[in-house]
Design a protein around this ligand. Sequence first.
Ligand code: ZN
Length: 270
Amino acid sequence: MSGLILPGFGALGIIFCSILGLLVGSFINVAAIRIPLGQSIIAPPSHCMHCHRRLQIVDLIPVASYLLLKGKCRYCGIRISARYILGELIACAAFMLLGLWWGVGTELIVALVLASVLLTAALTDSQELIIPDKLIWFAIVSGVVLRLWIHPLPLWNYGLGFLAGGGVLYAVAWVGWKLYGKDVMGGGDIKLLAVIGLFAGLPAVVVTLMAASVLALGVTGLRALFGAYHRGEVIAFGPYLALGGLMGYLWAEPLAAGYRSWLLSLMGAY
Ligand SMILES: [Zn+2]
């Protein structure tokens, strides 16, 4: 583990991470709606999607504004989707978890950027079945810059992670295309796994793919069981990749270390 680590994250650190998570989550909500529409994420300022009235500062406080206004627009009274606070709450929880995991250190910056990219991709893919190229480019540029600066693993590991992440899903897509003559894997999924490899390294790509596949099969299986799955429905793989990616990023090293010591103990038994 390279990078600057200061001891004593403490209550102040947790509060800082949760507030930062709420603010970033609020921005991600806007970005997830506007990027697929090809709109700027800066201008125009936040407005009601229905009456187009510009929102005031008091309307823009994460979670609190939504609860105070009981989920309605202050001006026209139209219901605002609960997914707005969902994105903010997920970002808040993820930022707190990552703060506790890494403490105050440079790797925390990498973790928060990765979490933000993954959450944005999960939102756009679940809503619009798309992972925007703009988001991928932002992730690749920031990932390269951050990893050149901060790299607990050797640099080549992240490079290989990028290539393997893209390559593995591309191979799946190619086989699917040959077998079924259609796209079984979205191009956005391929790019997102490449990004996860760039941020988290080669071992994380394996953990991510396994975790995402198990999650997707499990959730789809449960939905089928309860009659909530419709035949031929397109399943957005992005949210599963995002959650699996976070697991891969956090657990690839501990899992690999556990696997190594398990192998060693097996060898020791003989
Ligand atoms: Zn309105």
